[in-house]
Design a binder for this molecule. Sequence first.
Ligand code: ATP
Length: 273
Amino acid sequence: MSAAVECAGLAATRGGATVLDGIDLLVRPGEWVAMVGPNGAGKTTLLHALAGLVPVTAGTLAVGGLDPAHASRRAMSRVVALMPQRPVVPDGVTVTELVRLGRTPHVSRFGTESAHDRAVADGLLERLDLTRLAHRPVNALSGGELQRVGLARALAQEPQVLLLDEPTSALDIGHQQQVLDLVEGMRVADGLTVVAAMHDLTLAAQYARRLVLLDGGRVVTEGTPREVLRAETIGRVYGARVEVLDRPGGLAVLPVRGLPGADGLGTPDRPEA
Ligand SMILES: Nc1ncnc2c1ncn2[C@@H]1O[C@H](COP(=O)(O)OP(=O)(O)OP(=O)(O)O)[C@@H](O)[C@H]1O
Protein backbone atom coordinates (compact mmCIF):
# COMPACT_ATOMS: atom_id res chain seq x y z
CA MET A 1 0.00 0.00 0.00
CA SER A 2 1.50 3.39 -0.96
CA ALA A 3 1.79 6.14 1.63
CA ALA A 4 -0.83 8.85 2.01
CA VAL A 5 1.87 11.32 3.03
CA GLU A 6 5.57 10.80 2.59
CA CYS A 7 8.35 13.29 3.03
CA ALA A 8 12.08 12.94 3.45
CA GLY A 9 14.55 15.61 4.48
CA LEU A 10 11.85 18.25 4.11
CA ALA A 11 12.82 21.84 4.85
CA ALA A 12 10.82 25.07 4.65
CA THR A 13 11.45 28.72 5.40
CA ARG A 14 9.25 31.49 6.76
CA GLY A 15 10.24 35.14 6.57
CA GLY A 16 13.70 34.08 5.36
CA ALA A 17 14.36 31.80 8.35
CA THR A 18 14.44 28.01 8.21
CA VAL A 19 11.51 26.81 10.36
CA LEU A 20 11.40 23.15 9.25
CA ASP A 21 14.51 21.11 8.70
CA GLY A 22 15.17 17.45 7.94
CA ILE A 23 11.57 16.27 8.45
CA ASP A 24 11.01 12.61 7.60
CA LEU A 25 7.39 11.51 7.81
CA LEU A 26 5.39 8.57 6.54
CA VAL A 27 1.62 8.40 7.07
CA ARG A 28 -0.26 5.35 5.83
CA PRO A 29 -3.75 5.59 4.29
CA GLY A 30 -6.41 5.60 7.00
CA GLU A 31 -3.96 6.48 9.77
CA TRP A 32 -4.49 9.35 12.27
CA VAL A 33 -1.22 11.04 13.15
CA ALA A 34 -1.06 13.94 15.62
CA MET A 35 1.64 16.62 15.39
CA VAL A 36 2.41 17.85 18.86
CA GLY A 37 4.98 20.30 20.15
CA PRO A 38 5.28 23.72 21.77
CA ASN A 39 4.32 27.06 20.24
CA GLY A 40 6.47 27.87 17.24
CA ALA A 41 7.64 24.24 16.80
CA GLY A 42 6.61 24.24 13.13
CA LYS A 43 3.32 22.29 13.22
CA THR A 44 1.31 24.79 11.17
CA THR A 45 4.15 25.27 8.70
CA LEU A 46 4.38 21.51 8.17
CA LEU A 47 0.62 21.22 7.58
CA HIS A 48 0.80 24.14 5.14
CA ALA A 49 3.72 22.49 3.34
CA LEU A 50 1.69 19.27 3.02
CA ALA A 51 -1.21 21.30 1.58
CA GLY A 52 1.12 22.98 -0.93
CA LEU A 53 0.65 26.42 0.66
CA VAL A 54 4.26 26.79 1.81
CA PRO A 55 7.03 25.91 -0.64
CA VAL A 56 9.47 23.18 0.29
CA THR A 57 13.06 24.37 0.05
CA ALA A 58 14.74 20.96 0.37
CA GLY A 59 13.78 17.30 0.43
CA THR A 60 10.95 15.36 -1.19
CA LEU A 61 7.21 15.39 -0.54
CA ALA A 62 4.24 13.42 -1.84
CA VAL A 63 0.65 13.78 -0.61
CA GLY A 64 -1.88 11.34 -2.05
CA GLY A 65 0.79 10.54 -4.64
CA LEU A 66 1.08 14.19 -5.74
CA ASP A 67 4.01 16.54 -5.32
CA PRO A 68 2.46 19.88 -4.29
CA ALA A 69 5.25 21.74 -6.13
CA HIS A 70 4.13 20.31 -9.46
CA ALA A 71 0.43 19.39 -9.12
CA SER A 72 -2.28 21.90 -10.03
CA ARG A 73 -4.23 23.61 -7.26
CA ARG A 74 -7.37 21.78 -8.39
CA ALA A 75 -5.69 18.36 -8.40
CA MET A 76 -4.29 19.00 -4.90
CA SER A 77 -7.70 20.16 -3.61
CA ARG A 78 -9.29 16.88 -4.63
CA VAL A 79 -6.74 14.95 -2.60
CA VAL A 80 -5.97 17.08 0.44
CA ALA A 81 -8.03 19.52 2.53
CA LEU A 82 -6.77 21.83 5.26
CA MET A 83 -8.82 23.08 8.17
CA PRO A 84 -6.82 26.18 9.09
CA GLN A 85 -6.27 27.48 12.61
CA ARG A 86 -7.80 30.86 11.74
CA PRO A 87 -9.90 30.80 8.58
CA VAL A 88 -9.83 34.09 6.67
CA VAL A 89 -13.24 34.76 5.13
CA PRO A 90 -14.39 37.80 3.12
CA ASP A 91 -17.20 39.83 4.73
CA GLY A 92 -20.73 38.85 3.79
CA VAL A 93 -20.07 35.18 3.00
CA THR A 94 -22.64 32.95 4.72
CA VAL A 95 -22.01 29.62 6.40
CA THR A 96 -23.76 27.68 3.61
CA GLU A 97 -21.83 29.56 0.90
CA LEU A 98 -18.49 28.86 2.56
CA VAL A 99 -19.16 25.16 3.09
CA ARG A 100 -20.39 24.78 -0.50
CA LEU A 101 -17.14 26.38 -1.68
CA GLY A 102 -15.50 23.22 -0.39
CA ARG A 103 -17.15 21.40 -3.30
CA THR A 104 -15.31 23.55 -5.88
CA PRO A 105 -12.67 20.92 -6.78
CA HIS A 106 -15.47 18.49 -7.69
CA VAL A 107 -17.60 20.88 -9.77
CA SER A 108 -16.74 20.69 -13.48
CA ARG A 109 -14.87 23.74 -14.73
CA PHE A 110 -17.83 25.29 -16.55
CA GLY A 111 -20.55 23.64 -14.49
CA THR A 112 -22.55 24.64 -11.48
CA GLU A 113 -22.89 22.71 -8.27
CA SER A 114 -25.14 19.65 -8.46
CA ALA A 115 -27.84 18.40 -6.10
CA HIS A 116 -25.20 15.98 -4.79
CA ASP A 117 -22.81 18.85 -4.02
CA ARG A 118 -25.55 20.66 -2.09
CA ALA A 119 -26.51 17.45 -0.26
CA VAL A 120 -22.90 16.87 0.84
CA ALA A 121 -22.66 20.42 2.19
CA ASP A 122 -26.08 20.30 3.90
CA GLY A 123 -25.26 16.92 5.47
CA LEU A 124 -22.08 18.32 6.98
CA LEU A 125 -23.90 21.38 8.33
CA GLU A 126 -26.26 19.03 10.11
CA ARG A 127 -23.56 16.70 11.44
CA LEU A 128 -21.58 19.64 12.79
CA ASP A 129 -24.55 21.25 14.49
CA LEU A 130 -24.53 24.22 12.11
CA THR A 131 -27.91 24.04 10.39
CA ARG A 132 -29.44 26.81 12.52
CA LEU A 133 -26.49 29.05 11.54
CA ALA A 134 -26.62 28.23 7.82
CA HIS A 135 -27.65 31.73 6.71
CA ARG A 136 -25.50 33.69 9.15
CA PRO A 137 -22.46 35.61 7.82
CA VAL A 138 -19.37 33.61 8.76
CA ASN A 139 -17.71 36.68 10.24
CA ALA A 140 -20.56 36.99 12.77
CA LEU A 141 -19.91 33.63 14.41
CA SER A 142 -18.28 32.71 17.69
CA GLY A 143 -14.77 31.21 17.59
CA GLY A 144 -16.08 27.69 18.14
CA GLU A 145 -18.82 28.03 15.53
CA LEU A 146 -16.27 29.35 13.04
CA GLN A 147 -14.00 26.40 13.76
CA ARG A 148 -16.80 23.93 13.00
CA VAL A 149 -17.59 25.78 9.76
CA GLY A 150 -13.92 25.49 8.79
CA LEU A 151 -14.06 21.75 9.36
CA ALA A 152 -17.31 21.42 7.38
CA ARG A 153 -15.72 23.24 4.46
CA ALA A 154 -12.63 20.99 4.54
CA LEU A 155 -14.76 17.82 4.74
CA ALA A 156 -16.94 19.04 1.86
CA GLN A 157 -13.87 18.56 -0.34
CA GLU A 158 -14.13 14.81 0.41
CA PRO A 159 -10.34 14.60 0.56
CA GLN A 160 -8.19 11.51 0.96
CA VAL A 161 -6.00 13.38 3.41
CA LEU A 162 -7.46 15.76 5.99
CA LEU A 163 -5.09 18.24 7.64
CA LEU A 164 -6.40 19.74 10.88
CA ASP A 165 -4.69 22.70 12.52
CA GLU A 166 -5.73 22.79 16.17
CA PRO A 167 -9.25 21.59 15.33
CA THR A 168 -10.64 21.85 18.86
CA SER A 169 -8.81 24.88 20.29
CA ALA A 170 -11.97 27.03 20.43
CA LEU A 171 -14.50 24.27 21.15
CA ASP A 172 -16.31 23.42 24.36
CA ILE A 173 -15.74 19.91 25.68
CA GLY A 174 -18.91 18.53 24.09
CA HIS A 175 -18.14 19.92 20.66
CA GLN A 176 -14.52 18.74 20.97
CA GLN A 177 -15.76 15.17 21.26
CA GLN A 178 -18.44 15.64 18.58
CA VAL A 179 -15.92 16.99 16.06
CA LEU A 180 -13.20 14.43 16.76
CA ASP A 181 -15.72 11.55 16.78
CA LEU A 182 -17.06 12.72 13.40
CA VAL A 183 -13.55 12.74 11.91
CA GLU A 184 -12.79 9.36 13.51
CA GLY A 185 -16.02 7.96 12.04
CA MET A 186 -14.95 9.07 8.55
CA ARG A 187 -11.49 7.62 9.09
CA VAL A 188 -12.96 4.23 10.00
CA ALA A 189 -15.74 4.22 7.38
CA ASP A 190 -13.99 5.83 4.40
CA GLY A 191 -10.30 5.30 5.14
CA LEU A 192 -9.73 9.05 5.55
CA THR A 193 -6.13 9.86 6.49
CA VAL A 194 -5.85 12.45 9.25
CA VAL A 195 -2.84 14.59 10.16
CA ALA A 196 -3.73 16.93 13.01
CA ALA A 197 -1.75 19.53 14.94
CA MET A 198 -3.04 19.17 18.48
CA HIS A 199 -2.14 21.03 21.67
CA ASP A 200 -4.39 18.92 23.88
CA LEU A 201 -2.14 15.94 24.55
CA THR A 202 -4.91 13.92 26.21
CA LEU A 203 -7.15 14.23 23.15
CA ALA A 204 -4.17 13.54 20.88
CA ALA A 205 -3.53 10.30 22.80
CA GLN A 206 -7.20 9.32 22.58
CA TYR A 207 -7.63 9.80 18.83
CA ALA A 208 -4.22 9.40 17.18
CA ARG A 209 -2.43 6.07 16.96
CA ARG A 210 0.85 7.85 16.39
CA LEU A 211 2.27 11.12 17.66
CA VAL A 212 5.06 13.15 16.07
CA LEU A 213 6.69 15.54 18.54
CA LEU A 214 8.20 18.61 16.87
CA ASP A 215 10.43 21.22 18.41
CA GLY A 216 12.46 23.91 16.70
CA GLY A 217 11.40 22.68 13.26
CA ARG A 218 12.68 19.13 13.80
CA VAL A 219 11.15 15.83 14.86
CA VAL A 220 12.23 15.18 18.45
CA THR A 221 10.58 11.77 18.69
CA GLU A 222 7.65 9.84 17.28
CA GLY A 223 5.72 6.74 18.20
CA THR A 224 2.61 5.58 20.02
CA PRO A 225 1.13 7.92 22.63
CA ARG A 226 2.70 5.74 25.32
CA GLU A 227 6.14 6.10 23.70
CA VAL A 228 5.95 9.86 23.18
CA LEU A 229 3.96 11.16 26.13
CA ARG A 230 6.42 10.70 28.97
CA ALA A 231 6.40 13.27 31.76
CA GLU A 232 10.15 13.71 31.39
CA THR A 233 9.92 14.33 27.63
CA ILE A 234 7.04 16.79 28.02
CA GLY A 235 8.92 18.56 30.81
CA ARG A 236 12.02 18.91 28.68
CA VAL A 237 10.38 19.94 25.39
CA TYR A 238 7.49 22.08 26.68
CA GLY A 239 9.07 23.25 29.94
CA ALA A 240 5.93 21.97 31.66
CA ARG A 241 5.25 20.10 34.89
CA VAL A 242 2.83 17.28 34.09
CA GLU A 243 1.64 13.96 35.35
CA VAL A 244 0.81 11.27 32.79
CA LEU A 245 -2.01 9.01 33.97
CA ASP A 246 -2.64 5.61 32.43
CA ARG A 247 -6.44 5.44 32.16
CA PRO A 248 -8.57 2.69 30.57
CA GLY A 249 -9.58 5.07 27.71
CA GLY A 250 -5.99 6.15 27.02
CA LEU A 251 -3.34 8.34 28.57
CA ALA A 252 -4.30 11.56 30.32
CA VAL A 253 -1.77 14.38 30.58
CA LEU A 254 -2.48 16.62 33.55
CA PRO A 255 -0.72 19.88 34.32
CA VAL A 256 0.67 19.90 37.85
CA ARG A 257 0.72 23.24 39.59
CA GLY A 258 4.00 24.18 41.21
CA LEU A 259 3.91 25.43 44.77
CA PRO A 260 4.64 29.14 45.15
CA GLY A 261 8.23 29.57 46.22
CA ALA A 262 10.97 32.09 46.64
CA ASP A 263 12.71 30.95 43.43
CA GLY A 264 9.55 31.34 41.30
CA LEU A 265 10.02 27.80 40.04
CA GLY A 266 7.54 26.12 42.31
CA THR A 267 9.95 25.23 45.10
CA PRO A 268 8.33 26.07 48.40
CA ASP A 269 10.40 28.47 50.49
CA ARG A 270 8.89 27.10 53.70
CA PRO A 271 6.83 24.03 54.47
CA GLU A 272 3.07 24.47 54.42
CA ALA A 273 1.47 24.58 57.85
N1 ATP B 1 4.63 34.26 7.91
C1 ATP B 1 5.68 34.09 8.73
N2 ATP B 1 6.77 34.88 8.66
C2 ATP B 1 7.83 34.71 9.46
N3 ATP B 1 7.91 33.73 10.39
C3 ATP B 1 6.85 32.90 10.50
C4 ATP B 1 5.69 33.04 9.68
N4 ATP B 1 4.82 32.05 10.03
C5 ATP B 1 5.41 31.36 11.02
N5 ATP B 1 6.63 31.85 11.29
C6 ATP B 1 7.57 31.34 12.31
O1 ATP B 1 7.81 29.97 12.01
C7 ATP B 1 7.96 29.23 13.23
C8 ATP B 1 6.99 28.06 13.21
O2 ATP B 1 5.67 28.57 13.25
P1 ATP B 1 4.41 27.61 13.19
O3 ATP B 1 3.20 28.49 13.10
O4 ATP B 1 4.61 26.61 12.13
O5 ATP B 1 4.50 26.90 14.62
P2 ATP B 1 3.40 26.05 15.40
O6 ATP B 1 4.09 24.84 15.92
O7 ATP B 1 2.20 25.81 14.55
O8 ATP B 1 3.05 27.02 16.61
P3 ATP B 1 1.69 27.25 17.47
O9 ATP B 1 1.59 26.04 18.36
O10 ATP B 1 2.00 28.49 18.24
O11 ATP B 1 0.54 27.40 16.52
C9 ATP B 1 7.72 30.20 14.36
O12 ATP B 1 8.94 30.62 14.85
C10 ATP B 1 6.99 31.35 13.69
O13 ATP B 1 7.25 32.59 14.35
